[in-house]
Design a protein around this ligand. Sequence first.
Ligand code: URA
Length: 257
Amino acid sequence: MTYHAYHLHLSQEMVQGVRVALIPGAPERCSEIADFFGESHQIAYNREYRSVISESREGKILVVSSGIGGPSLAIAIEELVRLGIRYFLRVGTCGAIAADLNPVDLVVSEGAVRLDGTSGHYAPLPYPACADTEVTTLIVRACRELGFPYRAGITCSSATFYPGQERYDTFTGYVIRELQGSLDEWRRLGVLNYEMETATLFTMARVFGMRAGAVCAVLVNRLTSEEPDHATYKEAESRVSRAAVQTAKLILKELIW
Ligand code: URA
C-alpha cells in the first residue's frame, strides 16, 4: 500500500526517485532554494511544511520546511524517511557564539550539543549527535567553491530561542540559574553557534541509518548584537541557500545510493 504522509501531505508517487532533501526552517524560503537548483514547483503545503520539488540535469531534490525547533522537524524527518528520502541537509540561520564569526559567515556543523529536548525521544543523552562525514566534507567543498567564509565545528541546538540561548530581552528578563552563564561556557568549550534543529536531525538520521549534514548562516554574533538588519538577513539566506544547493549537486554526483 502506498504511504501518504500525515503532516507533509505527500505520497510516495509524488516524490518517486527523490533521495535528497534540503530542510530550511521557514516555508517562504523553500522556493528560492529550489530555484537555485533547477526547475521547481510546489507539490504540497500544510501547516509549517511546504514541499517544493526541483529538477536539473544533476537530478531531483525536494525542499521541505521544518518549522522552528526539534518537535516539528522530527515529524518532517519521520515522514520523509518513509517517503524514501536518504540524505538530509539542514539549511538554516544561527547566532554565533565564537568571537571570530561575523554576520553572513557560514557554520558547518560536525556535531551538535543536544539541548534540543526532542532528540531524547530517539536516543538517550550520552548518544552523540554527529553529522555524516562525507556529507559534511561536501558542504565544506561547496563553501570553498563558492568562496564563502565558513567554519566547521560544534553547534548548540537549543529547545528555545530565548532562555536556552541565554537571551535576557524577554518578558521576565530572567533566565533560570541552570542556563545563566551558559553562552560564555559554550564559547569557552569551543562551540561555534546556536540554532534549534541540528541535534534533532543528526540524532534521528544516525538512529535511522540515514545521512545528514547542516549548514547555517550567521545572523548575529551574540557577543555583540541581538538582532540582524534586513540586508544581513537577505545576504545570509542567499549564501546558505547557494551553499546547500551546491552541496546537493555534489551529493547527487558523488554519493547517491
Ligand atoms: N536561530 C537561532 O536559534 N538563534 C539565533 O540567534 C539566530 C537564528
